[in-house]
Design a protein around this ligand. Structure first.
Ligand SMILES: [Zn+2]
Length: 402
């Protein structure tokens, strides 16, 4: 072993010497071609990501069925247009609280220690729930902003598309939900995922960025009421996949779905609650991006492969935090897709075993405010953005022109 190592070391040194001697003789050899994905990932910026999250918080908790939610949809739509993202569109549907509930995850037998999605709880669990009490929001301005109640009726959600050069008829869907609740600012749930998707739409919509396949950026509405916006999208558009319209135009209003990647709560990984239910104040140094697929989904095999591809992209492109994979994706907008196409979610923690056990004390609470989070928290979301941009760059075949 040692001998081999010495031998390889010597030949590397020799090669390096040869290279350093020959390079000037060429008058400067051409540098290795830069990785276009790395160039794009470097355009992600912590302050810019934070500014987009902050922009979303001006609409309070963005609860579905309110004027503040509609105003946020319009704000997102205007931003997507300003980025140059193509075919900015709205999906229309209706939602009434009396609508029958559709599944939020797989059917799993719930035992005392089995969470949604099928994971087994471990260790300490703390209380979770949705705050419905306005008086628990001490900020009077924010309380007033969040005061209009939700009304049943018409709903809209916005999406736009990076159109592929060689395969416009196929796409990856990159999503997050823009609605929230709980009388806070829905900063983490899910301003953090919404801003991530918007930043990717901005970077990939630059005119010099080309992709072989299409990418659709969707900001779902009504996630908090039972994934109703995502279910509406699947119901209305699954049957349109891959159809050229008008015929011969080269346009595909609904490219064939190759995969669906959801982002939901990207910031806070402070570890398990302590015995008294409290959670550490600081981001834990070993924080990670949790990538989940659902082992009970019909498309589980493809979803698992997609998850590992995201881990590889994280290793290649994420600056601070690693990624981990789990098999219990649930309760977010990737669920309606998971039997049809490989679907994964990215989160700060696993949804069932960790978030469901109270690892995020801001979840659906008045404390889900921009001011609650530190740069170490926001940086976890930025690392998830680096991971998805790296993976989607590889999957879509990205190149940079002039
Ligand atoms: Zn959420």
């Amino acid at each position: 072993m040692n001998r081999t190592a010495v031998f390889i070391g010597a030949s590397v040194m020799l090669a390096a010497t040869t290279l350093s001697l020959s390079a000037p003789a060429d008058g400067g050899a051409a540098p290795a071609p830069a990785d276009p994905i790395k160039t794009l990932v470097q355009q992600l910026d912590l302050e810019r990501y934070k500014a987009t999250i902050k922009g979303l918080t001006q609409f309070g908790d963005r609860r579905q069925g309110t004027d503040r939610n509609s105003a946020a949809v319009t704000w997102i739509e205007e931003r997507l247009k300003s980025y140059g993202c193509a075919d900015v569109s709205r999906l229309k549907y209706t939602y009434f609280p009396t609508d029958p509930q559709r599944p939020s995850g797989p059917q799993v037998a719930r035992g005392a220690d089995i969470s949604v999605g099928g994971a087994r709880y471990r260790g300490t669990r703390a209380h979770t729930g949705v705050n419905e009490d306005p008086m628990l929001q001490p900020d009077e301005k924010l309380r007033a902003l969040n005061s209009q109640p939700s009304r049943g009726g018409e709903r809209e959600e916005v999406y736009c598309t990076k159109v592929g050069i060689t395969h416009p008829e196929e796409m990856y869907i990159v999503g997050a939900h823009m609605d929230g609740h709980g009388w806070g600012e829905a900063t983490n749930d899910d301003g953090s995922g919404t801003a991530l998707v918007m930043e990717l739409a901005r970077i990939l919509s630059a005119p010099n960025v080309k992709t072989e396949r299409s990418i659709r950026f969707v900001l779902w509405n009504n996630e908090e009421t039972g994934l109703n916006g995502a279910w509406a999208y699947v119901t209305q558009r699954a049957g349109l996949q891959g159809k050229e319209d008008p015929r011969g135009s080269g346009r595909y209003p609904e490219p064939k779905w190759l995969g669906m990647i959801q982002h939901d709560m990207m910031l806070f990984d402070h570890g398990m609650p302590r015995a008294d239910g409290s959670v550490a104040r600081e981001q834990r140094p070993e924080a990670d991006v949790n990538i989940e697929f659902q082992s009970l989904a019909k498309a589980a095999d493809g979803a698992q492969k997609l998850a590992w591809l995201f881990v590889a992209a994280n290793e290649a492109y994420a600056t601070d935090y690693p990624a981990a994979v789990g098999p219990h994706m649930t309760n977010t907008d990737s669920t309606p897709f998971m039997d049809l196409v490989p679907a994964i979610s990215l989160r700060e923690n696993e949804r069932g075993r960790e978030i469901g056990a109270g690892w995020d004390p801001q979840w659906h609470q008045p404390t889900d405010l921009f001011a609650t989070y530190s740069d170490a928290d926001f940086r976890l979301g930025l690392n998830a953005a680096q991971t998805t941009l790296g993976a989607i760059g590889r999957l879509s075949g990205v190149t940079l022109g002039h």
